[in-house]
Design a protein around this ligand. Structure first.
Ligand code: ADP
Ligand code: MG
Length: 249
């Protein structure tokens, strides 16, 4: 992988949990301007890999380069500040706050965090305008005042993306964002990601193969903690081992 063209490079990552091998020498690179999908059966190690990229879990060995810099031993919060845009779990949205307030909190976290966002009127107005822009970008322009607990599942997923965008990510990591969505919701998230991928490199873990084939510039297949193949959608479709291992054909 060319570290200049790649926003993220994973080199020979290994991670065991006791005797269980979760990540068995993963090599992967995410290039500028690409949406890279990671597919593979349950238990293949996809979420564990994202956790290693974010810094929630340390690999036993191997290296992670982000923007050409070795971040293997940096803590998660420093990676987040460098622009590692993890789509947070739903539980990390504040359910009693509005969509607008959740994005305001994200903006404030990026700025280093003083808790006057809801009080200081001038900063409030400027931040509200910025937050509104991110809500619109995520397709929630008319949902600013909705309380999260009253929002539909798909809208919460979009709000997570607005929250991530507000921190100016250099890479967006999404772990099964379509899970639990109806076909209408996944179609609208697919359209949103189609729009975002022109501007942000994205690593997308997803079981919805329609979405993966529609969106991915490259697809990597992870089986038992190893990337067995990386290629375009048509290369993946034509690959016998992948069809057998994953597509079940
Ligand atoms: P995927 O996201 O591809 O379904 P995971 O990365 O969640 O797979 O899990 C890979 C394997 O690692 C699974 O066998 C899982 O049970 C195991 N695993 C994940 N996290 C831990 C942990 N914190 N402790 C022990 N085992 C774990
Ligand atoms: Mg998972």
């Amino acid at each position: 992988a060319d570290p200049l063209a790649s926003v993220l490079v994973l080199e020979n990552l290994h991670k065991k949990f006791g005797a269980l091998v979760a990540t068995n020498g993963v090599n992967l690179d995410i290039r500028q301007g690409e949406l890279h999908a990671l597919i593979g059966p349950n238990g293949a190690g996809k979420s564990t890999l994202i956790a290693q990229i974010c810094g929630e879990i340390r690999p036993d060995s191997g290296r992670i380069l982000f923007g050409g810099q070795d971040i293997t031993s940096l803590p998660a919060y420093q990676r987040a500040r460098m622009g590692m845009g993890r789509s947070f779990q739903l539980t990390q949205l504040c359910a009693d706050f509005t969509a607008m307030e959740n994005v305001l909190l994200s903006l404030e976290a990026k700025g280093g965090g003083s808790i006057d966002i809801f009080r200081n009127p001038r900063r409030n107005a400027v931040h509200r305008e910025m937050a509104q822009t991110w809500l619109e970008r995520a397709g929630l322009g008319d949902q600013a005042d909705r309380v999260v607990s009253n929002m539909a599942h798909g809208q919460r997923r979009q709000l997570e993306i607005a929250v991530a965008l507000a921190r100016h990510p250099r890479l967006i990591l999404l772990d099964e964002p379509m899970a639990g969505m109806g076909s209408e919701e996944s179609a609208s998230l697919t359209a949103l990601l189609q729009d975002l991928k022109r501007e942000y490199p994205i690593l997308l873990i997803e079981h919805d193969m329609d979405a993966v084939f529609a969106l991915a510039d490259r697809i990597s297949v992870l089986v038992y903690g190893k990337v067995i193949f990386t290629g375009t959608a048509s290369e993946i479709r034509a690959h016998p081992e992948v069809r057998a291992a994953y597509l079940g054909e």
